[in-house]
Design a protein. Structure first.
Lengths: 782, 238
């Protein structure tokens, strides 16, 4: 019971602390994120074209505040070093709704964003301490931010993080004015709902406005819709509700198993006391009094378990989660307070009381119902009555059903994550170092200058003896890539076009060889694919299979609907690469690689192939790589310098965390299933000790007794598996669609085999114990 | 008449960590085929222990036991089970019917452990046994649907279904009212008249006197072994 309640209280505290509790601001319960859905894919954060946002802002009625901010890389340089931070470009009301108060100086105002205003920045406590050693005279000092001199106007307190961990805040100046719609910058949109407006109403209004945008701008907006959700839900991601549902199901099953186990114990006691209860009834005891008397036992068990469960859940939340969250590659949202709160305690009390009621009421009602006269007359002297024997069977079958479904669900999840962790990404992921770099706008306006930077960096890096290859990419394997609408040549998409989509990844020419990819047909990028030559693309097998089913792809053309006006010609086909988490929808995505020499971007990932394999060499090399990059460009520090393997592991940390939880669920369900099935069977057999004596007296030998109970057990096992197996498979299949769980024939075989083995053991040992008695002792057994 | 049971210096000692209790000491007893024997004595004297040893429900601590020409002291559990099944029929004070089985299934139970009987043969034997106790109209009932006397009649049917060499009855009327007790005792009389060997433990003097021979036990020893006078039997039956 303690195990079940611990998991239940833990899950409640986890879900409440991360998803349900309102944000700790005055209007925290009404703050919302507004994000887009493009071709069925949900995009978060900077997902709105600024033109769309501006159009919406003029017309939305559901919000008190409806505004945007931008998130971008900020390179902060001092005289001796440069560090890359995440910067937030915000408006005044950004701070108003988040109840922000500066530690020093002032906040960003709307005037700071006006044209011609002096560039200013608000820095975080972390930046203040790390870069300026907590200099009290920081206000008014000029920093180089993205190569521009910028004045510090304030320092934020350490605790301030909204909507995520920001380090530097600057005025929001992004606008659609004077910018072609298709070239519009993307911004993140947030709002504060008017009091009384529901999410459903706000969402309905948004759908109408987005439909109008789609009608007005079909080429750009026909596949785009939007939705309103809480920041808490947005931080967990759109796939989270199904995971939470799976967790709730698992915990519910575990608690139910625990309830059945305790119920069974109480029921056994009630059976043992059957005669006593019948005598009390015969003597005139009111039924309610007998029921209450039995309920006290379940109350006592559940209250003690509840107290222990709160302690264990609190310990788990405080200690285990701290380690887990620290292993995440990102700062957890500021509202994540994984601890036992007042609300958790109230919930714990409620859950405990309900559990005590559920656990105790059935045995109590069962024991006090029925024909007490028959109980008094029953010649079986304490052995199970027919009705209680039937109930025991139902309990065993329920245990098998729940155990089977729960174990399949838990192991399916663990198996899925294990498969994902060992998946082939389509490239090598060993011996690869990666780093990100963001070139400042100033000085790198032209494609030639950016291209020159990449060339210089590559030449300087390859000079290191431990480095055997250097390349560049816009998206690393295992990390998200742009997923864009494309139009195939000679295909008419109509007036309300529904374009196909592909991942687009800019890569340097040698990327395929450095990443050990395989050319299927055609050629890879080479000196023919220059800045001024016709645009070319190398596509993956999925691309061919999806868009050119006849396989005839070389020389065919496509273009990116929103960002490019020129056609790309397919020159080669390579193996598939997984961009994003290794889930089925990412595995199946087509990819088009384009040459960064034709379209060099400011933000890029550096790929370094190295033979350095021990920890010291890796650390030394990463430091040298950062130094080399700073020598090439002092305002463009490398960041996120790490091995590709670590990067991928970090990306999958969330799933691994969930998987670890499910591992706990699986372990708990195994323990509960084992103890439950064993307990129920053992009790059933102990209660049948006298029956065993009778059977032996009538000539049954040991094998006859074993056979009898195994036959009975198999009947219950088969019925239980007949329900539990399809239920478990259905749950796994439901989660398979979201790539959260994965079934396998092996699991579908192992789990029932495990349960069958438990069942056999649960029969064998109690029967063996009963057979050790002389038949005459068994006959007298009470 | 053939000797069915022969006990020589049979002992039973119950041992705990510190105490040895001599439940039976130097029991010497012969039971002939077709005899109706009652074992009497005060509570705790060892009569039920003796019945358990006779029925191979317990093992002796010494002495020998010959049942139907076979020494059964040193045989293994499987052999003991087989002998219980074929040679012995039990009638218990508390009926000991299995509540989840119907009347017919309870009676058939000892027969299901025999490999030499077909299903139809089992059915015939069950029907015959139930007819003998006049319970063949209740074959599909469960024990809880029967009166105490009816339950004990079913228990008797179960004991005789396999045509055992001897019926061992442990206080067969102990849980019954006088009317039902009389019915059951009458049933045992009838079985005896048909040739059954019966060994009954009872502390009811009236019941004991219905047997041909009464053995008294005191403190684990046989203190008297005497035939019952015909007039005593008549008195008891009357």
């Amino acid at each position: 019971m303690t195990t079940g309640l611990t998991l239940c209280i833990y899950m409640f505290s986890f879900i409440h602390g991360t998803m349900v509790a309102p944000l700790p601001f005055e209007n925290g319960d009404r703050i919302r994120a507004v994000d887009t859905i493009n071709n069925g894919m949900e995009y978060q954060g900077t997902s709105f074209r600024v033109h769309d946002f501006e159009d919406l802002k003029k017309r939305v009625q559901s919000y008190e505040v409806f505004d945007a901010y931008d998130v971008a890389t900020v390179n902060l340089s001092t005289s001796d070093r440069a560090v890359r931070y995440t910067g937030h470009y915000v408006k005044e009301n950004f701070f108003e709704i988040s109840d922000a108060k500066p530690l020093l100086g002032r906040l960003i105002t709307n005037e700071d964003g006006l044209s011609g205003a002096e560039p200013v920045a608000l820095i975080s406590h972390t930046v203040w301490q790390n870069m300026f050693a907590g200099d009290k005279n920081i206000l008014g000092k000029k920093l180089r931010i993205n190569s521009k001199p910028t004045t510090v106007v304030g320092v934020m307190p350490d605790s301030y993080q909204f909507p995520s961990a920001g380090r530097i805040w600057m005025p929001f100046t992004t606008t659609g004015k004077g910018v072609d719609r298709k070239d519009g910058h993307y911004v993140a949109v947030y709002g504060v709902l008017k009091a009384g407006v529901t999410d459903k109403q706000a969402d309905a209004e948004l759908q109408v406005l987005m439909a109008e945008l789609a009608e007005n701008y079909p080429k750009l907006n026909s596949t785009i819709s939007a939705h309103v959700w809480t920041l808490q839900a947005a931080a967990m991601g759109s796939g989270t509700p199904i995971i939470i549902l799976a967790m709730e199901l698992a915990v519910g099953f575990i608690l139910l198993l625990a309830c059945i186990n305790v119920s069974n114990l109480l029921f056994s006691r009630a059976t043992e006391k059957g005669k006593e209860t019948a005598i009390r009834t015969a003597l005139g005891a009111p039924r309610i009094r007998l029921v209450m008397q039995m309920m006290w036992e379940s109350m006592l068990i559940c209250v003690i378990s509840g107290v222990l469960a709160v302690l264990f859940a609190g310990l788990w939340l405080e200690v285990a989660n701290k380690d887990v969250l620290e292993s995440f590659p990102f700062d957890p949202p500021f509202w994540w307070h994984l601890q036992i709160t007042q609300t958790s305690l109230i919930a714990a009390v409620m859950i405990t009381l309900v559990t005590a009621f559920i656990t105790g009421i059935l045995p109590a009602l069962k024991a006090t119902s029925g024909d007490f006269n028959a109980t008094l007359r029953d010649g079986t002297r304490g052995a199970q009555s027919k009705a209680s024997g039937r109930l025991s069977k139902v309990i065993v079958i329920s245990e098998v059903v729940l155990s089977c479904a729960l174990l399949l669900l838990s192991t399916g999840m663990v198996y899925s994550v294990n498969q994902q962790n060992n998946i082939d990404y389509g490239t090598t992921v060993e011996d690869i170092f990666t780093a990100r770099v963001g070139l400042p706008e100033a000085g790198y306006e032209s494609d030639e200058k950016r291209q020159q930077y990449y060339q210089n960096l590559a030449e300087n890096l390859i000079a290191e003896p431990e480095i055997s290859g250097v390349s560049f990419t816009r998206a690393l394997p295992g990390n998200g890539a742009r997923y864009e609408n494309i139009a195939l040549d000679n295909v008419d998409y109509g007036k309300q076009p529904q374009y196909p989509k592909t991942s687009s990844v800019g890569v340097d020419h040698n990327y395929f060889s450095v990443m050990e990819m395989n050319l299927r047909e055609g050629r890879l990028f080479d000196s023919r694919d220059k800045n001024d030559s016709p645009l070319t693309a190398v596509v993956t097998d999925n691309f061919v299979n999806k868009f050119f089913k006849d396989g005839d792809v070389l020389g065919k053309r496509f273009k990116f609907v929103e960002t490019d006006k020129d056609w790309y010609t397919v020159i080669g086909v390579v193996n598939d690469v997984i961009h994003g988490q290794p889930m089925s929808f990412n595995i199946e995505k087509p990819t088009a690689f384009i040459s960064i020499q034709q379209i060099p971007k400011r933000y890029i990932s550096v790929v370094i192939k190295t033979e350095a394999d021990d920890a010291a060499s890796v650390t030394g090399l990463s430091e040298r790589v950062v130094d080399i990059a700073l020598k090439v460009e002092r305002d463009a520090p490398l960041y996120e310098v790490q091995t590709l393997r670590n990067l991928i592991t970090g990306r999958n940390a969330g799933m691994n965390f969930i998987s670890e939880l499910f591992l706990v669920f699986a372990a708990a369900s195994m323990v509960l299933a084992f103890s439950g099935i064993y307990g129920v069977m053992s009790n059933t057999i102990v209660q049948k000790t006298q029956e065993i004596g009778i059977r032996r007296a009538l000539g049954a030998d040991n094998s006859d007794i074993y056979k009898h109970f195994i036959k009975q057990g198999i009947k219950q096992l088969v019925i239980g598996l007949a329900f539990g197996l399809p239920m478990g498979v259905a749950l796994v299949t439901m989660l398979e669609e979201s790539s959260i769980a994965q079934g396998s024939l092996m699991l579908y075989f192992i789990i029932p085999t495990f349960i069958s083995a438990v069942m056999l053991l649960a029969i064998y040992y109690p029967v063996q114990r009963a057979l050790k008695m002389q038949p005459c002792s068994a006959l007298r057994y009470e | 008449m053939k000797t069915l049971i022969k006990l020589t210096n049979l002992k039973k000692v119950f041992s705990t960590d510190e105490v040895e209790t001599h439940a039976l000491s130097d029991i010497n007893l012969e039971v002939k085929q077709g005899e109706y024997l009652s074992i009497s004595g005060p509570s705790g004297c060892g009569k039920s222990t003796l019945l358990s040893l006779l029925g191979l429900l317990d093992t002796s601590s010494g002495g020998s036991y010959n049942l139907n020409g076979h020494d059964v002291v040193d045989i293994n559990g499987k052999q003991r089970a087989a002998i219980r099944n074929k040679e012995i029929g039990f009638v218990f004070q508390s009926f000991n019917l299995i509540s989840e089985l119907t009347v017919a299934e309870n009676v058939a139970l000892p027969l299901t452990y025999r490999k030499d009987l077909s299903k139809s043969q089992r059915k015939e034997l069950v029907t015959a046994a139930l007819e003998k106790v006049d319970m063949n109209h209740r074959t599909k009932h469960y024990p809880s649907q029967l009166s105490g006397g009816q339950q004990q009649r079913v228990a008797v049917a179960r004991a005789i279904a396999g045509n055992p060499s001897i019926i061992l009855a442990d206080e067969p009327t102990g849980n019954l009212d006088s009317k039902n007790a009389e019915l059951v005792m009458g049933l045992l009389d009838k079985l005896h008249a048909e040739g059954a060997t019966i060994c009954m433990v009872t502390h009811d003097p009236r019941g004991a006197k219905r047997a041909e021979r009464v053995i008294d036990i005191f403190d684990g020893r046989i203190v008297s072994d005497s035939p019952t006078m015909p007039n005593q039997i008549e008195e008891a039956v009357a």
